[in-house]
Design a protein around this ligand. Structure first.
Ligand code: ADP
Ligand code: MG
Length: 279
């Protein structure tokens, strides 16, 4: 890292304003000084990353992510490290968080919610097929590009989100485990694909309802609700949407619907457009 003319430079990138702050990182706007390309750079504290000796796993996942090109996944370009920080260079997206849309406009119409959900499932299914799990899917990690296309961020950083969970940070200032599958909470070893699908189910519920399916200001009662899948769909949900959400938010991962079956579900398939890949 160097500072010249008031600008901070990392590798071939000039750092600009902060775009957002997440649970374990800061994300800044940056510009490639050679190509002029605008990117986003996620800056992580090395100390935190190293603490659990997870650097090897993170490196492995990042190298996989660099190979992934999917229209609904934020692409990673490269990773750099200084003595104290790790910099993850990725596509810049400018449409904001999907969550802000719900916060400002309230719930979405079922057809609109379905469109985002289909894009989310496309991204998740694709990454799973490449052996990459998210483990921290939540609306804050769902960004929109300038055309309103959904882009999932933080794929491949699952080791980090796991660490955050172990550190207990998720339970304090940074949010609550509202999106986490029951088997992840009970920490008995779990299937990453099934756990991600649960989180997708919670996200679908929020998009259509405008509020969380499981909520409680105290952690233990919240866990209890999640373990029992104690939620009810609001009156405006269609019957087929209700049925599908019940199948996704099944607390038993072995009977929970699989992504393969979900993709063939009538409600899901309506108006479905398979992802278009840029090559
Ligand atoms: P964390 O996982 O630590 O929560 P995120 O990756 O979610 O961090 O980033 C935090 C915030 O930064 C996001 O909610 C978003 O507002 C912004 N952000 C993240 N990635 C990008 C990106 N590629 N382009 C534009 N903004 C981004
Ligand atoms: Mg995030």
């Amino acid at each position: 890292m160097s500072v010249s003319g008031g600008r901070t430079r990392v590798g071939r990138y000039d750092l600009g304003r902060t775009l957002g702050e997440g649970t374990f990182a800061k994300v800044k706007f940056a510009r490639n000084v050679d190509s002029g390309e605008n990117v986003a750079i996620k800056i992580l504290d090395k100390e935190k990353v190293l603490k659990h000796k997870m650097i090897a796993q993170i490196k492995r996942e990042i190298s996989t992510m660099k190979l992934i090109r999917h229209p609904n996944v934020i692409r990673m370009h490269e990773v750099m490290a200084s003595k104290t920080k790790v910099y993850i260079v990725m596509d810049l997206v400018t449409g904001g968080e999907l969550f802000d849309k719900i916060a400002s406009r309230g719930r979405l119409k079922e057809d609109d919610a379905r469109k985002y959900f289909q894009q989310l499932i496309n991204a998740v299914d694709y990454c799973h097929s490449r052996g990459v799990y998210h483990r921290d899917l939540k609306p804050e990690n769902l960004l929109l590009d300038a055309n309103g296309i959904l882009k999932v961020s933080d794929f491949g950083l699952s080791a980090l989100s796991q660490q955050v969970r172990e550190d207990g940070l998720l339970h304090t200032t940074c949010g609550t485990p509202n999106y986490v599958a029951p088997e992840v909470i009970s920490n008995k070893g779990y299937d990453g694909a099934k756990a991600d699908l649960w989180s997708c189910g919670v996200i679908l519920f929020i998009l259509m309802a405008g509020y969380l399916p499981f909520e409680d200001s105290n952690l233990m009662p919240l866990y209890k609700k999640i373990f029992k899948a104690d939620f009810s769909c609001p009156s405006w949900f269609s019957t087929s949407a209700r049925k599908l959400i019940k199948k996704i938010l099944d607390p038993n991962p072995s009977t929970r619907i699989t992504i393969a079956d979900l993709i063939n579900n009538e409600w899901f398939k309506k108006g479905y457009q398979p992802p278009r890949f840029e090559t």
